[in-house]
Design a binder for this molecule. Sequence first.
Ligand SMILES: *Cc1c(COP(=O)(O)O)cnc(C)c1O
Length: 392
Amino acid sequence: MSRIRVQCSREALLNNWELLRVSGRPLMPVIKADAYGHGLHFVGNELARAGAQHLAVGTVSEAVELRNSGFGGMIVALLGLITAEDLGAARRHRITPLIHNEQSLDCIANFPLHARDLPLSVALKCDTGMARLGFLPEDMRDVVGRLRNMPNVLPELLVSHLAVADEVPNERDNKAGAGNELAEDFTLEQVRRFQQAARVVRTAFPHILLSLGNSACLLASPELAGDLGRPGVALYGGNPLFGTSRAILGAALEPVMEVSAPILSVHALRAGESLGYGRSYVAATDRRVAWVGIGYADGYRRNPAPETCMTVRGQRVPLIGRVAMQMTCVDISDLPQDVDIQPGEFAAILGGEGHAVTPHELAAWWGTIPYEVMCLLGGLNRYQDAAPACFS
Ligand SMILES: *Cc1c(COP(=O)(O)O)cnc(C)c1O
């Protein structure tokens, strides 16, 4: 049994999946980076059983791992062809790589083909404003011209990615600030450029599916998402509209990940006594403290905001002193008198019963976004060489 427990709720995952599906449009869940820390196999298998026919990962190796787990549908590798082995692996395992620049076009054009091979399925990436990966819409005519001369390549998807969909208030009369209105205009311009690219590509490949919307778009403006939505963070219970005027649209999403660590030591700290490295905490009154077995080596932030809490038996307990490499201290004095906390009991870092810490809270305390919280804490599974436990 590992020291730190990362557990994922099947029920929460399926709840979020159903919420995102209400618009009726097909979805390609994004399960890159070990499904944002939730486990590639756990999430992939559950969503496949729940009806997902397309899945997106980052690298071709992730895609092959997913294929080997038995998923028969389309698997898109969103980072494209990176290593020399990627194209061969994509062919052998029926992976759909992203084709996003001249080099990747050259790569598939020069690949030796055998008459009996199935065509290589590819996803074309169009850069509509992220300035990250993709062909510009105005270059799409040339790209399509080259692809027409590759009979063994089948472009099945046209993909683009939105930069500010999580800042969209798409009601004209919304009283959002100027920044938000700019964001909305930027998204609409991205949509316009995507449609421009789609018109060109469809002249040659009329059956190509369009895929634009991320989680924020699917919640706020599903009509802009294209034929195949690509939700990521919302599946894991992160609300991309959190803190905006449209946060309510993601309010029913449920966090999937729970992280807890064992209490190692419980003791009194008398008024005037200090604790931990640097003696940064000095007790003003008599306190009762508990050292929890998680620290910065485990991905827990060393310098979280002063209001950072864990929960013990569902109640909030504040962090005190400095976070150490594998240990962190909490003040448990305010738990009810009759609650007898003993070493071996678990403290919850994220999620759990009672007044659970949410991914958004922990992200705010850490000065980051829920995506990073999930990836860091979920990464403990790999670090501990343990598959995520799951429960429903
Ligand atoms: C990560 C990613 C997504 C999912 O984004 P969320 O904000 O997590 O919904 C979709 N598309 C691409 C290309 C991505 O890299």
